[in-house]
Design a protein around this ligand. Structure first.
Ligand SMILES: [Zn+2]
Length: 269
């Protein structure tokens, strides 16, 4: 039986965010994932991020993966491959089932010979800002489709929609544990939980026991970094802009370490 723990995938965008995650992982002796989302590509070049991320991951004393988060097209995934990502996500979850299968399969065909793992999404993980609307259930992952999707695409991991959402939740998230258990039963690949920020520790522990192997976190880290840095500025306890950078890093690191404990990945590196 596999050891039940979850690996945190933390979104990164600069040196501080990468060091926050890697230092947290080293101190917790936990594996971790540096996740770069395609939407961040507007603000910072994927080429530059990759150079630094690969260097930092290589120097780490624990296993660190460098992952493309929410790749929206085959072309962008190719760009990530050229830039040395060790795993990619292709997210065609808003497209019809057949189209999602087609592009995910195409990505697997390119990645498999290169030893790059592929995550896809089935069902759709929406936004926390519209959480709790009546149509939420229609986005949930359908167990009957999971088997078919994995057989047809041969993906390595699958992001599922079980009442989770991205960003800040408008109201407390209601995780559908019964659905997750059904999905785990029919899936032969590890399941992924997006939209981790705002989910309770109890729910996290439960989802890991029920089969979630990778959990994406960003908003919570971001919020902590902002709060800590605002406090620093309010108190006037700074001299250089570097003090703000350091505060941002420490805020993100604090959450990464905390989450590794809840996901039970501490000591697993
Ligand atoms: Zn996501």
């Amino acid at each position: 039986m596999r050891q039940k723990y979850g690996i945190g995938a933390f979104n990164i965008f600069d040196i501080e965010s990468m060091e926050a995650v890697v230092e947290a992982a080293e101190e917790q002796k936990s594996p971790a994932i540096l996740a770069f989302a395609e939407i961040m590509g507007d603000k910072i070049s994927i080429e530059r991020v990759s150079l630094i991320a690969r260097q930092i991951a290589q120097e780490a004393s624990v296993p660190i993966a460098f992952h493309l988060d929410h790749g929206q097209s085959f072309e962008y995934v190719l760009k990530a491959i050229r830039n040395g990502f060790s795993s990619v996500m292709i997210d065609a979850s808003m497209k019809p089932f057949e189209d999602n299968v087609a592009v995910s399969k195409k990505v697997v065909e390119v990645c498999r010979p290169l030893g790059i793992t592929v995550e896809a999404e089935l069902g759709h993980v929406g936004e926390g800002s519209t959480y709790g609307q009546d149509d939420d259930d229609s986005f949930k992952t359908v167990p009957e489709e999971v088997k078919k999707f994995i057989e047809q695409t041969d993906v390595d991991a699958l992001a599922v929609s079980i009442g989770n959402a991205h960003g800040l939740y408008k109201k407390a998230p209601l995780i559908d544990h019964e659905l997750l258990k059904k999905l785990e039963e029919v899936s032969k690949v590890p399941l992924v939980l997006h939209g981790g920020s705002g989910i309770s520790d109890d729910d996290f522990r439960k989802t890991v026991r029920e089969g979630i192997c990778k959990i994406n976190i960003f908003t919570e880290m971001s919020q902590q970094a902002i709060c800590d840095t605002k406090e620093l500025l309010d108190k006037g306890e700074y001299k250089w802009v570097l003090d703000c950078c350091f505060s941002i890093k420490e805020g993100m690191k604090k959450i990464a370490k905390k989450r590794m404990e809840v996901f039970d990945s501490v000591g697993k590196a």
